[in-house]
Ligand binder design. Sequence first.
Ligand code: C5P
Length: 400
Amino acid sequence: MSFSGKKILIAISGGIAAYKIHFLIRDFVKKGAEVQVIMTPDAEHFVTKLSISTLSKKPVYTEFYGDNGTWNSHVEMALWADVMVVAPCTSNTLSKMVHGMCDNLVIATYMSAKCPVFIVPAMDLDMYVHPSTKKNLELAESFGHSIIPAESGELASGLVGQGRMSEPETITRIIEDFFNSNIEKTLDGKTVLITAGPTYEAIDPVRFIGNHSSGKMGFSLAEEASKRGAKVILISGPSSQFINDKNVTLYKVTSAKEMLAKVFEFYDKIDIGIASAAVADYAPKEVAKEKIKKNDDNLTIELVKNPDILKTMGEKKTHQFLVGFALETQNEEENAKGKLDKKNLDMIVLNSLRDEGAGFKNDTNKIKIFTKTEKKEFTLKSKDDVAKDILDFVESQLLK
Ligand code: C5P
């Protein structure tokens, strides 16, 4: 979740494109942002406060005053926000913004805001190319605001041309890039290899042995390493996670043997290796060529040990900083430290299945980190925040 902890103020003005804001809010919230929405009085013709507040999980304001004499503070909302997104921004709202015509809550909040402002215009094509719109957009840019330009296509009027509000995915990507650009590039020039997800070990053409790993932890680590400027090689077993990041190359594998082979295509060139994959320890000795029939009451499948990918990485370590994971149910600390030595690691991340919210399928995790000489314990956090803690710790070790 790349907007974890971010506060986004959305101002909706009265254009038909307002219906798309539902998707934008849902996207922001899903990615971990806190979203406060304000609307111009006209926006209420296009979307309802109820639908917007249901998605944003906060009350929506259009007026300075609430029903029972309360005050909706434009200053408080403006100063609360990390970014303000005006979407859709009609020609009327744009004009009021750049000329300081402060006759509603949206403009008063905008004029009180100190955070970066993104303007997402939406209007009919002749209005969009009108010299006054062009001038107003130039003025907005001269104030330091960012314009997310309208796209071309069919408009609500039936005309075809530029004026359609940018799609929610585009707006999300631009805001995401903005937040990422503010992150210090502490891993610039480093190549980080991450293994993620489960492995599936085939029994026959339709069946396999696998586990419940979702791959979330590894994907969060990949995203965070990329934000910090690293080149990331992400090698994942079967997982429904996806990543769209130009610094991350994703290689999909199925079995432990395939994962091992992929890791060693890159191993010499990496600086940091993080093994978050839940690799199956055993695989069927023989893979049946045809689907096994249920003829007998019992079926015995002989299993043989899979290669230990991380242990092999440890044995061949030259300069790489190696991080392992340990998911334990008993003697957690002792077992984790044992793995640190046995696999020749620099650091190990322990999560216990005994801790509620930690481990496999959850969006959260609770970890302890060990090196040969140090131990650090963390509270239950989202996997995105855990990824930050892990990489902060890696960086602190690299500086030693
Ligand atoms: O020994 P154990 O499976 O508990 O070790 C866990 C750590 O080793 C994890 O970092 C996991 O990704 C890695 N591992 C591996 N190959 C295996 C088994 C575990 O890379 N076959």
